[in-house]
Design a protein around this ligand. Structure first.
Ligand SMILES: [Zn+2]
Length: 162
């Protein structure tokens, strides 16, 4: 057992604080939790082949780091996403973000069944995730390009306006 860790070893500690789920992460988490690729998630939104590329481009865009949509369209034909949560992730600083499952993006205001058919709740073993993700062993989400995260920009990283 080590005594007092040096500052450097603390900085190097791989166990970082929980990553901040940003709006683009949230959409990706909910889509992946539904088991859909971007193309599959886009499918219910186009009917004529000539619209396909546009729809798929838009679906990719909303998952792009730094991208926020003022009025996100209703995703329910494809996967379940809480528009109020999305809005809060867009409009509030990270310390005011609603609590989300860090594996699937579930929020406690949305009904979701766990793998055993019961209502989802927070895992006792790991309160960062929901009971469904605990049962499924789903991995925690990993933030992409952490320099874009306002809470993690020691060198004055830029933010992209809504
Ligand atoms: Zn979950």
């Amino acid at each position: 057992m080590r005594s007092v860790p040096s500052l450097l070893s603390m900085i190097d500690e791989p166990r970082a604080p929980a990553p901040t789920v940003m709006p683009w992460d949230y959409i990706r988490m909910r889509r992946e939790a539904a088991g859909l690729s971007v193309e599959q998630a886009a499918r219910p939104f186009w009917h004529r082949k000539e619209h396909r590329a546009d729809v798929e481009r838009n679906m990719h865009r909303i998952e792009t780091v730094g991208f926020r949509v003022k009025r996100l369209w209703d995703m329910s034909r494809s996967f379940r996403l809480n528009l109020t949560v999305y809005r809060q992730l867009c409009d509030t600083p990270p310390d005011m973000h609603p609590r989300l499952c860090l594996a699937c993006g579930w929020d406690e205001w949305s009904a979701q069944l766990d793998a055993e058919g019961f209502d989802c709740t927070w895992s006792d073993a790991d309160p960062q995730i929901c009971t469904r993700c605990e049962q499924l062993g789903r991995p925690l989400f990993e933030a992409r390009l952490p320099n874009f995260h306002p809470t993690n920009t020691p060198h004055g990283g830029h933010q992209i306006a809504a």
